[in-house]
Design a protein around this ligand. Structure first.
Ligand SMILES: [Zn+2]
Length: 207
């Protein structure tokens, strides 16, 4: 299951190559303090979190925020001169866009907890999406008309033959996405042919 919104991807923390990206807000006067602080944060976080800092000079912070959002990095950490002075950082969650100010001393615990929270939130969203867009279908004309409108998942009986799946794909572009292990035994015919259904499976169109 992929995740995303209008600003691009949202990577689940468990698989994200970078879980937190630090973007320093740099002014000439405070440059060295801010960069030193960024280093401290990386050192303190890196045993628990896959964290990196975006130190490129040629881009503005705003440009970097957009880029990392697009790439789906779960958490952004902003460090500017005022944050250094107040011993705090600004944290932004990718999934809810929520912005929080966190004391440096609580940074590590907060990030670890937040990554967990984002993971659960995305899992829950995917589950809700699947549940509310799933249709139980027994006949192929209903199957075709639902897929024509491109609406979500169809749960239907399938005889298990590859040719049958291929024909369904040719007619609707939908393919089998998952054969649930815990699903009850199907009772009834394959949604496409006249054979007895062997599996109750989920179909969806490829996008
Ligand atoms: Zn069949």
């Amino acid at each position: 299951m992929t995740h995303g919104d209008n600003s691009g991807l949202i990577l689940p923390p468990k698989i994200a190559p970078i879980q937190a990206i630090i973007v320093p807000i740099i002014f000439d006067k405070s440059r060295s303090e801010v960069l030193e602080k960024v280093n401290q944060h990386i050192n303190s976080l890196s045993d628990k979190v896959r964290v990196e800092a975006d130190l490129r000079d040629e881009y503005t912070p705003g440009w970097k925020f957009n880029e990392w959002e697009l790439k789906g990095v779960p958490i952004r950490i902003e460090v500017g001169p005022r944050d250094v002075k107040n011993e705090q950082v600004v944290i932004v969650r990718r999934d809810t866009r929520e912005k929080t100010i966190v004391k440096e001393i609580e940074l590590k615990d907060t990030i670890v907890k937040m990554l967990d929270d984002i993971q659960n939130n995305l899992f829950q969203r995917a589950k809700e999406f699947r549940d509310c867009h799933t249709y139980d279908v027994d006949d192929f004309s209903t199957f075709e008309s639902i897929m024509k409108e491109g609406r979500g998942f169809i749960r239907a009986n399938w005889c298990g033959s590859n040719e049958c799946e291929k024909s369904i794909q040719d007619k609707t572009t939908a393919t089998i996405r998952c054969i649930p292990l815990e699903e009850a035994e199907p009772t009834g015919k394959c949604v496409y042919c006249d054979e007895e259904g062997k599996y109750r499976v989920y179909f969806a169109k490829a996008y």
